[in-house]
Design a protein around this ligand. Sequence first.
Ligand SMILES: Cc1ncc(COP(=O)(O)O)c(C=O)c1O
Length: 366
Amino acid sequence: MISRIIPVYEPVLSPSARSNVLKCIDSNWISSRGAFIDGFESAFSEYIGVAHSASVCNGTVALHLALLAAGIQSGDEVIVPTFTYIASVNAIAYIGAKPVFVDSLESTWQMDPSDVERKITSKTKAIMVVHLYGQPVEMGEIMSIATRYGLKLIEDAAEAFGSRIGSKYVGSFGDVATFSFFGNKTITTGEGGMVVTNNPNIDARIRKLKGQGLAGTREYWHDEIGYNYRMTNICAAIGLAQLEDADELLRRKREIALIYHKSLVGLPLKFFWEQQGSTSSFWMNCIVVDKPAVRDLLRIHLANVGIETRPTFYPAHTMPMYKSMARGEYPVAVSLAERGINLPSSPALSDEDVNYISENIRSYFK
Ligand SMILES: Cc1ncc(COP(=O)(O)O)c(C=O)c1O
């Protein structure tokens, strides 16, 4: 009998998250206005090092707004890795724009810059980079391609809060960037997201679109079709408390990654480590094994001893709605998707938990 299941993720909420939420309830400020919204947005800008942050109700709508505010329209092409969570791609499709998939690099799991350049056409308007599983995309080459071809650069940093290249946080490189605060993210608001930019015009577009396209000249006068994508004060109250704990959460996540890294040495698998010059948040600790069959059997072996794992994402171009949009082959993405495993990665894990997981991975290969 398994006495306990170790989940892939669980949030760590401090007493101040609780007291902030109670302040919302006690004051009746429970909807999408209130002091926590402004406080969370400005503290987030300061943390990431950007001029503007607009809170929204999840990371998917954050991407939808980022694309709209970047001027992407129906029929435009947006370059995106096929090896990503489906929301990156769906947001492009919401606009009627066309996702153009690129393959990934085996070394970093991130989008392959040479494939990006190969896939550019006269219709290409933007590149969406995805900092997958918390690992920063090497931005230098992608930024120079975007500049050379006059393309907008959108960062999907949903999984990479706290990841850095040098001393600069991801989310501060592109024209506009997005974050998710779903319950399994490095900082959470339950459901929530943020759109960040240094461009005041993009920020103004985002704020207008997330609030039903209000013209601002007359009450209840709307001069374009907008959305209700606002975050609640309750979510922002949790977010602000999480942001206060962010450095400690990231420190613990790095400690956990280091234990995995050391204790899995010598096994026939690769632990997904950060690239030189970049600092991963280690949102998800990932391993890749030699063969798909090994991946599936190892996951069963771990499930049998109470360890929950996740398979890596299926490449988007293999899903029914995007199958016809594949341009050529994506051998690296397909292979990584078949062989990758996400290991438990919550900062709530104890050292004993991480050692237990590592020992059970080791026992599989005995
Ligand atoms: C890469 C990526 N993009 C976008 C999203 C969407 O965020 P949300 O679930 O908050 O809508 C996620 C969510 O997990 C994600 O992993």
